[in-house]
Design a protein around this ligand. Structure first.
Ligand SMILES: O=C(O)c1ccccc1NCC(=O)[C@H](O)[C@H](O)COP(=O)(O)O
Length: 201
């Protein structure tokens, strides 16, 4: 099981994710309480070992801005978290995670989207993502999405991640709010989440 810890804003939180065995850390460049600047993301990225990959999260951003940040941070993946169409994805100069809200996803659109991972998230709320809301997993189970590209998110926590994995059999899981305490990344929760997702300890 691959794990992405999203909304990283400090070197300490990034190191906790690295130590716990995360596969990706996410930097949010969209409107969010977790938004980071290019400089913040770059300062964190320079401390990372090659074992972990970086993801930049964007919502309906211009291709020029996304490709610019991908080369400057640098970013291994761009996560398209808005209503970006296939043509946008084809112009991205990084690997791609495409996020779909469970209320907007259409099976054919998702299955044909040119991306490395299909991320299914909860409905948009205050922000496009990172709202800590669980959706009805049965709705996703009813869609026929390729399991080898499937990533799930939306209100996952150390307590529910095992059940979500058992039911949906994704390749990867993604979390932000569920590994925070009082709005800050909680290193113990990061470790617990990753251990449970990867069935360690
Ligand atoms: O995390 C954010 O603040 C955010 C804001 C705007 C767009 C996307 C955002 N996050 C994207 C993610 O990949 C989150 O990990 C995902 O939405 C799950 O978040 P959560 O429900 O808080 O675990």
């Amino acid at each position: 099981m691959l794990v992405k810890i999203c909304g990283i804003q400090t070197i300490e939180a990034a190191q906790a994710a690295v130590l716990a065995g995360a596969d990706w850390i996410g930097f949010v460049f969209a409107p969010s309480k977790r938004r980071v600047s290019l400089e913040q993301a770059r300062a964190i990225a320079t401390t990372l070992p090659p074992s972990i990959q970086t993801v930049g999260v964007f919502v309906n951003e211009t291709v020029e801005t996304m490709n610019g940040l991908a080369s400057k941070v640098p970013l291994d993946y761009i996560q398209l978290h808005g209503q970006e169409d296939n043509l946008i994805a084809k112009k991205i100069e990084a690997k791609i995670m495409k996020a779909f809200s469970i209320t907007e996803i259409k099976q054919a659109d998702a299955a044909n989207y040119p991306c490395d991972y299909l991320l299914v998230d909860a409905p948009r709320a205050t922000y496009a993502g990172g709202n800590g809301v669980v959706f009805d997993w049965q709705q996703l189970k009813n869609l026929q999405l390729p399991h080898d590209k499937l990533m799930i998110a939306g209100g996952l926590t150390p307590d529910n991640v095992t059940s979500a994995i058992r039911l949906l059999q994704p390749t990867a899981v993604d979390v932000s709010s569920g590994v925070e305490t009082n709005g800050k990344k909680d290193h113990n929760k990061i470790t617990q989440f990753i251990n449970r997702a990867k069935r360690k300890g």
